[in-house]
Ligand binder design. Structure first.
Ligand SMILES: O=C(O)CCC(=O)C(=O)O
Ligand SMILES: [Fe+2]
Length: 431
């Protein structure tokens, strides 16, 4: 933060929509800091660290704080406060000449860059600057970043396929004797649903071991081997919330602690229609069964050509760092465990909608194991878990044998699709 850029003023926090706090900014940030559609800023309110964006509200400029920030700091609507704000760097004037020139030549990319929070700006610049040993790559990376920015994309791809159909045959895929998901009106089906609901209630996860037949597992492993070369490899740092780290929160705060995730993803449109997992995923029986287990009147398969169903390959060194899922629940099917590592560690109900439980989350991030269960997942196991409130991870895989599984995506509304921007973000392409 450049001292000359800091603006200090007194203000009263007004109550904004959905529990937010709104501060009217008594100066023109375009004049103070240069014209931008929105001004990413950092600073403090009554000495408490804050960051966000100063945005136009029709009459002037306002700075909005989140309900979470208000809860965490005890600052409330109606309070008179002292505010210090300054633009967050790196600013456009701080850029290397070649990047500055590329942005100057593409006004849409430049305007979007200016409104990005510093975390995203820095990440793009780091990726460009990581070419010191390959100067030939630098110009291509600058061009790619400029394209992504012009398309309004905040971040380069982080990895993570469509469906609508009446239901192909899958009787060779599932052990229907044990798991009669094809007979919804049978007493055995109702019993199975109740058992799964009970597991979910008690443990936050329902695990159906031996759900897939051994033959289906073998076929999926052969397929994963064939498709591995086309998988999209992602490698990224993130907080447990998949949000930019909050540098103000203190070094050991869950909002600041960075986790590492790396894996390879085979997208839905790369999985042939006859593949066992695809025939299972596209069956209305399975969709109905998952809905019943979750107590929902109806569920829809994702309509996304890439994200609906993926095969994930975790090879030596790959892992998923501790995280809470963005979606309420997840469905996975295991094909192969690794020789060592690759364990699914799970801490159910660690947070709720109303309570982030930072102390509890922090304990686990700093190495605690209270409440953490290591769930065995033998090949063929189908798992349904409530990942939004359960902190979970996949520990680093070691050894030559990769951990391979699938993630099946459902939603409560039909036609669910990632935006093209998000597809690129997760799969490195659009479809
Ligand atoms: O691979 C797994 O077992 C868990 C996957 C997961 O947590 C996720 O994709 O968010
Ligand atoms: Fe997850």
């Amino acid at each position: 933060m450049r001292a000359m850029d800091v603006q200090r003023f007194g203000a009263r926090i007004a109550a904004g929509p959905r529990g937010r706090g709104v501060i009217t900014v008594p100066f023109d940030p375009d004049e103070a800091w240069g014209a931008k559609a929105g001004h990413p800023v950092g600073g403090s309110i009554n000495g408490r660290c804050v960051r966000g964006t100063v945005t136009p509200d029709g009459r002037g400029w306002v700075f909005t704080v989140t309900p979470m920030w208000m809860r965490d700091t005890g600052v409330a609507a109606g309070d008179d406060v002292i505010v210090e704000l300054a633009p967050e760097g790196p600013q456009r004037g701080d850029l290397a000449d070649d990047i500055a020139a590329a942005l100057a030549a593409n006004p849409a990319a430049a305007a979007f860059f200016d409104t990005l929070a510093q975390f995203y700006r820095k990440a793009y610049l780091r990726w460009i600057d990581a070419t010191t040993r390959r100067p030939d790559l630098r110009a291509a990376r600058i061009a790619e970043v400029t394209d992504l920015l012009a398309a309004g994309i905040k971040q380069r791809p982080r990895s993570r396929g469509p469906a609508e159909g009446t239901g192909p045959a899958y009787d060779d895929v599932v052990d229907l004797g044990r798991y009669p998901v094809n007979a919804p009106s049978s007493p055995a089906y109702r019993h199975l649903v109740q058992t799964c609901q009970e597991q979910l209630r008690r443990h936050g996860v329902a695990q159906l071991t031996g759900f897939l037949t051994p033959a289906a597992v073998t076929e999926m492993l052969a397929l994963a081997g064939q498709l591995a070369g086309q998988a999209w490899a992602s490698d990224q740092s993130h907080t447990v919330y998949f949000e930019p780290p909050d540098d103000c929160a203190g070094p050991d705060h869950p909002r600041a602690l960075l986790q590492h995730s790396a894996k390879k993803a085979i997208a839905f449109d790369q999985i042939p229609p006859g593949a066992p997992i695809r025939r299972l995923y596209e069956s209305d029986d399975l969709t109905g069964f998952i809905a019943a287990v979750l107590g929902k009147p109806v569920l829809y398969r994702s309509a996304d050509p890439l994200d609906a169903l993926e095969i994930a390959v975790f090879s030596d060194g790959d892992e998923l760092g501790w995280h809470f899922d963005n979606s309420e629940f997840s469905v996975t099917v295991m094909y192969q465990e690794s020789d060592a590592g690759g364990h699914f560690d799970y801490c159910p109900g660690l947070r709720t909608e109303h309570d982030q439980n930072y102390p509890g989350v922090q304990k686990i991030l700093l190495g605690g194991s209270d409440g953490v269960t290591r769930l065995p997942a033998s090949p063929g196991t189908l798992a349904v878990f409530r990942g939004q409130h359960a902190l979970h991870r996949v520990t680093p895989v070691s050894g030559p044998r990769p951990r391979i599984n699938s993630v099946l995506t459902y939603g409560e509304h039909p036609g669910m699709k990632l935006s093209e921007l998000t597809q690129r973000l997760f799969y490195g392409r659009t479809a």
